[in-house]
Design a protein around this ligand. Structure first.
Ligand SMILES: [Zn+2]
Length: 275
């Protein structure tokens, strides 16, 4: 994996359909003996031992940062804290119960003379943080973007309107590298972010087209839009389309055909309802 100077990746042994090759745990250090860990990953003793071992030449683990509260990122945080006495930083204790310190948007975590800036980037999950390593214009992106596979935006945890705003925010930064929590380094950040945004708007257009002929349920929309996709993936597709419908509902562009029927069909809003 292509990483800036003073950064190392320790790949967790948790490969799966959802995590790709596994979770990337990152070490970021400065020569003064500060070494922080980003996303300790799953609670697998062998993985946590490797993190500690790799941090040893840099003065040991001085702090633990968490991008968000999904187990493949945060589960090992409490155990790593117990083994190293390092504090755990996250957006909230609600999202990451092992957190000892919370970070606000824009807050700085110093690593010796280097600066990591926390950016609150909700969408995949409400508590999602990215960390910008300012001296390298490199972004530790957690699950906001992925080096392999796609990012799941599943309501109620995931929020597509927030997610798109977070992608736009990253696009406004002049990033040189994105280091995702799953898969290889992204060396063309702008191109990838533009593709991600375009992909979601393509899907949104399909949802609106799918409702143009009259009300339809999520299941009907999945069958139309994902006709070429393995039916085993239709459960995930339904979550993704639901995220789109919630976004469009918040924007006043679609509504439930029967306001009392939460599992029922969706329809386009009347022009008078929009605005
Ligand atoms: Zn996640």
């Amino acid at each position: 994996m292509d990483v800036p100077a003073g950064v190392e990746v320790v790949l967790a042994p948790n490969p799966s359909f959802m995590t790709g090759p596994g979770t990337n745990t990152f070490l970021v250090w400065d020569e003064d003996g500060s070494c922080i860990v980003i996303d300790p990953g799953p609670q697998i003793e062998e993985h946590l031992s490797r993190i500690i071992e790799r941090a040893q030449p840099h003065g040991g683990v001085s702090a633990i940062l968490v991008t968000h509260g999904h187990p493949d990122h945060v589960e090992g945080a409490g155990r790593l804290r117990a083994l190293t006495s390092a504090p755990v930083y996250a957006w909230s204790q609600e999202g990451s119960p092992a957190a000892t310190n919370t970070l606000a948007d824009g807050e700085i975590v110093p690593v010796g003379r280097r600066i990591l800036r926390a950016l609150h980037t909700p969408g995949h999950r409400f508590d999602h943080l990215c960390f910008l390593l300012e001296d390298s214009a490199a972004l530790f992106a957690g699950d906001l973007v992925a080096g392999v596979g796609t990012v799941v935006i599943a309501p109620p945890e995931g929020d597509l309107l927030d997610y798109l705003a977070s992608l736009q925010r990253l696009l406004a930064l002049d990033l040189r590298l994105i280091l995702p929590a799953h898969g290889p380094t992204i060396t063309e950040p702008r191109t990838l972010l533009e593709q991600y945004i375009a992909h979601r708007y393509d899907r949104e257009r399909q949802v609106l087209e799918g409702l143009a002929g009259g009300p339809a349920t999520v299941e009907t929309l999945v069958k139309r839009i994902y006709a070429d996709v393995d039916p085993q993936l239709h459960g995930m597709a339904a979550l993704s389309l639901t995220a789109h419908l919630y976004k469009l509902e918040r924007e006043g562009r679609v509504a439930r055909a029967d306001a009392n029927e939460s599992a029922g069909p969706w329809r386009l809003s009347e022009p008078a309802e929009q605005g």
